[in-house]
Design a protein around this ligand. Structure first.
Ligand code: HEM
Length: 366
């Protein structure tokens, strides 16, 4: 209608409409069918994007750490790793008793908290929480061993939705400026910029904020969930009066010197394949439509965690969302890419740092 008002004929308007619909269908990977729950729709060039991301991130590490220790590409700065228990809830409803959550067992766990990219805790940032749940029975999808990893972030959505956008962001960050990913006049990513602005925060403590998987995972046949870990109690700390560069480590040390910390580990089911997509991690799955349900308690007992040996162990740990049972297979493009990318980068880091890595068992002497 509006096109006609601008003096263009109805026939031309119809032609334009057909073109726009066809083009947007192609832009969505040529998908012309309804989405289905827990089904993946890989992009045709995903293998090439994965290779590109591996090359870009390795190149960046070569430049950043031409000499000395190679750190992680992101989430490199950490306050330390803590011991925890991952206790599957007793009395779960039948539809929640799947895979790792099939029986009420308690697993020894290592947790690595981290900061995404900044060099000081005084700067706003995203924080990470990675859990390595050990002694899990059953064959893992990747890497052998008996560790089941959950890799979580301090915001419910990721700032990029697809591997292609992640690769473009890394490329622009390394070869021009990160802002050019968001604000390139011919290729704007304003939604993504909004997520970065909302997600980067001054957090008071790693132990008092929620974390989300942002990407989905299978939960038995035909069902998909996102994970979250939410503090069992409301935050007790106010903002720090005079925060130092490492105040998050100090806050964690003080908290765990005085007592335990605790998180509810939860799952949120995908109930609508369109509004809760598998292939776009920038879309938040509505909690009012599908609330998170508790499936385990993560208890972090009082402890000290910053001996030199334990900090070194923490530095060398390697997480991969594919350290997972088949019932909980990672879903979506970002997760598919992470399988090879995280493995390759961990191998690179360990080789360069001359670390011979094996999965922890919980029997570590600290
Ligand atoms: C294609 C998408 C992604 C890429 C390219 C990517 C890239 C990376 C890289 C290169 C590392 C360092 C790995 C290492 O050196 O061992 C890393 C670690 C990490 N990433 Fe991602 N990431 C992606 C998706 C995500 C998502 C969806 C989350 C959301 C939870 C996430 C959260 C984290 C966290 C918490 C760590 C730290 C793990 C640790 O403690 O070792 N990443 N990521």
């Amino acid at each position: 209608m509006r096109i006609s008002c601008l003096g263009i004929s109805h026939r031309l308007a119809a032609g334009v409409l057909v073109f726009v619909v066809a083009a947007s269908s192609l832009a969505c990977g040529g998908r012309d069918r309804d989405l289905e729950l827990a089904v993946e729709y890989p992009a045709a060039d995903e293998a090439a994007t994965t290779r590109r991301l591996i090359e870009l991130t390795k190149e960046a590490l070569e430049q950043r750490h031409a000499s000395g220790k190679v750190l992680r590409f992101n989430q490199a700065r950490h306050p330390g790793c803590v011991r925890a228990d991952f206790a599957v809830e007793p009395g779960l409803a039948a539809d929640l008793r799947v895979g790792l959550f099939a029986a009420p067992r308690t697993y020894p766990t290592w947790i690595r908290f981290a900061t995404a990219s900044t060099r000081s805790d005084t700067e706003k940032d995203f924080r990470g929480m990675s859990l390595k749940v050990m002694g899990v029975e059953g064959e893992m999808l990747f890497g052998g061993g008996a560790s089941f990893d959950f890799v979580l972030n301090s915001h419910p959505v990721l700032f990029v939705g697809t591997p292609e956008h992640f690769a473009k962001f890394v490329d622009r960050s390394l070869n021009s400026h990160p802002l050019l990913f968001f604000l390139h006049p011919l290729d704007l990513h304003l939604k993504e910029l909004g997520i970065v602005r909302a997600g980067r925060q001054h957090h008071v403590s790693h132990l008092e904020i929620p974390y989300w998987s942002t990407t989905p995972y299978l939960f038995g046949a035909g069902r998909a969930v996102k994970y979250a870990a939410k503090p069992c109690a409301d935050s007790a700390s106010g903002p720090h009066d005079s925060p130092t560069e490492d105040y998050l480590r100090d806050a964690m040390r003080d908290h765990l010197a005085a007592g335990d910390a605790c998180f509810d580990f939860m799952v949120q089911f995908q109930t609508d394949a369109e509004a809760m997509p598998i292939e776009d991690a920038t879309v938040e799955w509505s909690e009012s439509v599908s609330p998170f349900q508790k499936v385990a308690t993560v208890r972090i007992p009082a402890q000290s965690f910053d001996s030199a040996a334990q900090m070194e162990f923490c530095e060398n740990l390697a997480f991969n969302p594919w350290h997972s049972l088949p019932e909980h297979r990672p879903l979506g493009g970002l997760n598919r890419v992470r399988r090879e990318l995280y493995a390759e980068l961990a191998r690179f880091r360990h080789e360069r740092n001359r670390v011979s890595y094996s999965e922890p068992t919980g029997d570590e002497p600290f």
